[in-house]
Design a protein around this ligand. Structure first.
Ligand code: NIG
Length: 386
């Protein structure tokens, strides 16, 4: 097992309660794990030594919400939005048609391209969802193809009711044959609880069936207007409720009293011309907040977690520390990967060796220099990938 000493770290964000943020620091990676963290002057020897010359180091981004298994392009829909047309869930059917028609190799090539793009910008842990197949065969195919290429796969058969289907019949299919077929390939199930997608009763059925099948739960909620998504997510013990663009005070209170993470997707809100979520209200109430890219061809076609962090700081009232934490440890909590051996979103002995070196002396530069590619080097599971 090869060990690597990363030294000369100007500012090291560990996200570990005891270690905190260190200056003049060093890290030792051994195999796929972090072995040692501390002052550069006390660093042990290792097989290899990399001096990052005063740069800032963070845990790799944890992007806990993406939809990367798709084919096709919806730039015309985006352009229509710029001209004033509202975002509607019905656009999803366009990607469903293109995805169903695409051969496996094309879907895998597109997924690999987006993963490479994300990793090159410092993302080291990625979740992705099915949801552009919406038949038993196409959903199972998506889950099977995504497994092994990303860290976590989520079943989103309950994305929209596909054209030509009766809503009750489709719900039965999702909660029955489709769930049975996809479950062996995924850890999570999700439901898009929104007008034009699944209402509260339908979402409840999906969450109940998925929990009975042994899957962890996630919810797309309160994206396009106030609604029951947050409440349902909390009631069902979902790990995360994602979007949270329109929240009532009682939604915030419910989240604050729960273990459900509020995952905010600011790139999506900008792309769909929605307001940005009230991150401050969530944080002040003690809610765990995550930031994720929601990369997909319809509502948020970006893999840039740095863009999400800069937006959160510049426009959502989050401090740099809060935004960086939300995009690393917050995502890890949303995926229930923040604890124990191999934890992500944190740099401490035993954590996964996922390291992001910025070409900047401090994390403040992520907001101070928005839009500038600041990734200098990336290690994922102890291997240098950039
Ligand atoms: O999270 N909201 C539902 N699903 C995706 C959008 C998918 C699409 O428009 O293709 C989202 O924004």
């Amino acid at each position: 097992m090869t060990s690597t000493l990363i030294t000369g770290i100007g500012e090291l964000t560990t996200n570990d309660e005891e270690l905190g943020t260190l200056t003049d620091a060093a890290l030792v990676l051994a195999g796929s794990r972090v072995e040692w963290v501390g002052a550069a002057a006390r660093a042990p020897e290792a097989d290899e030594r990399v001096d990052v010359e005063g740069r800032a180091v963070l845990p790799g981004w944890v992007d806990s919400h993406t939809h990367l298994l798709f084919a096709g392009d919806r730039s015309a829909e985006f352009a229509a939005r710029l001209a004033g047309r509202p975002y509607e869930a019905s656009g999803i059917a366009v990607t469903v048609e293109a995805t169903r028609a695409a051969p496996d190799y094309a879907l895998v090539a597109n997924l690999r391209r987006l993963v490479r793009e994300a990793v090159a910008q410092g993302t080291t842990c990625l979740e992705t969802k099915t949801g552009y197949g919406l038949t038993v065969g196409d959903e199972t195919r998506a889950a099977r193809l995504a497994g092994g290429l990303v860290d976590e796969v989520t079943f989103l058969g309950a994305h929209v009711v596909p054209p030509g289907w009766d809503a009750d019949d489709y719900l039965r299919l999702v909660c029955g044959e489709m769930l049975d077929s996809v479950a062996p390939y995924v850890r999570w199930a999700d439901v898009f609880c929104e007008r034009g997608a699944f209402d509260a009763d339908a979402a409840k059925e999906v969450l109940t069936a998925a929990a009975e099948a042994g899957l962890g739960l996630r919810v797309h909620g309160n994206q396009l207007g106030p609604g029951p998504g947050v409440r349902l997510a909390v009631e069902h013990g979902a790990a995360s409720v994602d979007h949270c663009t329109y929240l009532t005070d009682s939604d915030v209170d419910a989240l604050a009293d729960s273990d459900t993470v509020a995952t905010l997707l600011p790139a999506c809100d900008l792309s769909t011309r929605q307001p940005l979520p009230d991150a401050r209200a969530l944080l002040d109430a003690g809610v765990t907040v995550a930031l994720a890219s929601n990369c997909n061809p319809g509502s948020s076609y970006t893999t840039s977690m740095a863009f999400c962090v800069a937006t959160a700081v510049l426009q959502m009232g989050m401090t740099v520390e809060e935004a960086v934490r939300a995009a690393t440890l917050g995502g890890a909590r949303a995926l229930r990967r923040h604890r124990g051996e191999g934890a992500v979103g944190v740099l401490r002995p035993g954590a996964r060796a996922d390291v992001h070196v910025l070409d900047a002396p401090s994390a403040v530069h992520l907001a101070y220099r928005p839009g500038v590619p600041l990734t200098h080097a990336v290690w994922r599971k102890g291997r240098r990938v950039r």
